[in-house]
Design a protein around this ligand. Structure first.
Ligand code: 3PG
Length: 211
């Protein structure tokens, strides 16, 4: 599965910071029960790689990726743990080269036209726009569609149920990313019913292009 197919699986890519690897399978199961079978576990917690491995082992129907991947070493560690894709918040020339050689599809982060050009030059047709709202939001994506008509994006950062549907209507948006499906307090009390309800709401949206 390539990056475009991965980002077309669901209108929302859950961005998860998990402090308890033991909860990973229940969490992924709760998202899946709500209709979202793909998630990004950010490498921001010590338990992230174990969480990825646990989901990969237990839930073959769920696609699990690593997020907040910052360098080639983290890319390799994520793939070793079983991550099926990787997402970064940004890009630079060395990282772009590492991504192009990676054993799993990578969705590099961009926030400027120059970074889109760097990603495109390394063969990436799908990028994360991060931080989406702060970087220019829908106006930026509309402006990019003319010079970068071949590029597709997963805007993330500041997306919520209030603006997600508007992003999903843009012709260059495959899906949106966000942490609102897995709020820290909900994860802390293992409130899987709430996660499933939030996922169900998000899964009902449709991108014109993607999931
Ligand atoms: C990310 O890592 O992609 C962001 O932290 C998610 O942004 P959000 O918390 O505004 O959804």
């Amino acid at each position: 599965m390539d990056a475009q197919q991965i980002l077309s699986l669901s209108p929302v890519m859950p961005v998860v910071a998990l402090h308890d690897a033991e909860a990973a399978v229940d969490l992924a199961h709760a998202l899946h029960a709500g209709g979202i079978g793909v998630l990004e576990i950010t490498l921001r917690t010590p338990s992230a790689l174990t969480a990825i491995a646990n989901i990969r082992r237990a839930l073959p129907d769920v696609l699990v990726g690593a997020g907040t991947v910052l360098d080639a070493a983290q890319l390799a560690a994520a793939a070793d743990a079983g991550a099926q894709f990787a997402i970064s918040p940004g890009i630079n020339p060395a990282f772009a080269e590492a991504c192009a050689r990676a054993p799993v599809p990578v969705i590099p982060g961009v926030a400027t036209a120059g970074e889109v050009m760097l990603a495109s030059a390394h063969g990436f047709g799908v990028c994360k726009l991060f931080p989406a709202e702060a970087a220019g939001g829908r106006a930026l994506l509309k402006a990019w569609h003319a010079p970068f008509a071949h590029m597709r994006f997963c805007p993330t950062g500041g997306i919520s149920p209030d603006n997600a549907a508007d992003y999903l209507r843009l012709p260059n948006v495959l899906c949106v990313g966000g942490s609102w499906l897995t709020p820290p307090d909900v994860l802390a009390r293992r409130d899987w019913h709430t996660v499933t309800a939030l996922a169900r709401q998000a899964a009902a949206w449709r991108s014109e292009q993607g999931g």
